[in-house]
Design a binder for this molecule. Structure first.
Ligand code: SAM
Length: 304
């Protein structure tokens, strides 16, 4: 099948079929043998029209309570459908960096279906906690289910729905509740300036007492890496000793982010080179094996 014919086929899809036009297009491209040969019956056996459609596949292919089998099954699924996750190559580098950081309190911005959260959870310090922030409630719901299926202990990971910039101001209170075992999906009502200022001052004091995040992973909208990191800094949630990891800092790149890490003088940064991980064979502009990197930055100075 030619690419033009594949595109024509795609435009005939109903909105449900094309939850992600990209998912359907990947199937079409695979069927057209424009990508390495794959089992065409996979698409019939495991249709993927909503994020929750991955769950029956994981339940069939992975072992409940075995995190590695869940990660492997997610990787296998993504050979057929686009999955916006760090994948196995970066995943291994990511876990090495986590082993160095040994976080007791970790934060992830951009969780998708929970793949990197499962990798983070198994590298937390004993009794460590992870807060995940995910804008899409359907993704967040699947992430919670897959974390549970992977055997992540109840209460160890809290998946919060919302845009990072809306959730971050409420994190100091959430952290306190989390440490007291009572954190829930927060109320994202806008706070007054005075409330925000008071909260910021309290959190700055807390960070000096060691209550900020030990590790933060940025993997959400690339334009938000820099402003969201600065929000976390202003609240004292990232400070001396925090490790900030960020994916896709070379490709597609996060505007101003690496420059800030460098110019602020507050971070010691290392780039972990790896290939851009998303297979996008359906995309006419896609270049396979694109060079990318994950950054690992240790904050040396609070700069407050
Ligand atoms: C690349 S995926 C995350 C992959 C995940 N970290 C993994 O490796 O398994 C990006 C996710 O960020 C979410 N997202 C995008 N912008 C966001 C924002 N401003 N705040 C929170 N989540 C966001 C998207 O809905 C998407 O699920």
């Amino acid at each position: 099948m030619s690419q033009a014919a594949a595109l024509e086929l795609l435009t005939a899809l109903s909105p449900e079929e094309a939850y992600s036009a990209t998912a359907a297009a990947a199937a079409v491209a695979a069927a057209a043998a424009e990508v390495p040969a794959k089992d065409p019956t996979f698409y019939a056996r495991w249709p993927y029209a909503t994020p929750a459609d991955i769950i029956p596949y994981i339940e069939a292919e992975a072992v409940r309570g075995d995190a590695q089998s869940v990660l492997d099954a997610m990787d296998a699924f993504s050979l057929y459908y686009p999955q916006y996750k760090i994948g196995p190559e970066k995943g291994a580098l990511f876990e090495q960096a986590l082993q160095q950081a040994q976080p007791s309190l970790a934060l992830e911005l951009g969780t998708f279906l929970g793949y990197s959260a499962i990798r983070t959870a198994r590298n937390l310090a004993p009794n460590g906690r992870l807060i995940c922030v995910e804008a899409n409630p359907d993704n967040a719901a699947v992430a919670r289910q897959l974390l549970q299926f992977a055997g992540v202990p109840e209460g160890q990971v809290l998946v919060v729905e919302g845009l990072a910039k809306q959730v971050i101001p409420g994190l100091p209170i959430m952290l306190q509740q989390l440490l007291q075992g009572a954190a829930q999906q927060p109320d994202l009502d806008v706070q007054t300036d005075a409330q925000q200022q008071q909260q910021q001052q309290q959190q700055q004091r807390r960070h000096r007492q060691g209550l900020g995040f030990d590790e933060v992973f940025l993997d959400h909208s690339k334009n938000d890496y820099l402003p969201d990191l600065q929000r976390l800094e202003q609240l004292g949630l990232v400070g001396p000793g925090s490790t900030v990891l960020a994916d896709n800092v070379v490709y597609p790149g996060a505007p101003g982010f690496l420059e800030y890490l460098d110019s602020s003088g507050r971070y010691k940064t290392q780039l972990l080179r790896a290939k851009y991980e998303y297979e996008q064979a359906w995309n006419p502009n896609w270049e396979p094996n694109k060079e990318d990197a994950m950054s690992v930055s240790v904050c040396l100075d609070a700069g407050l």
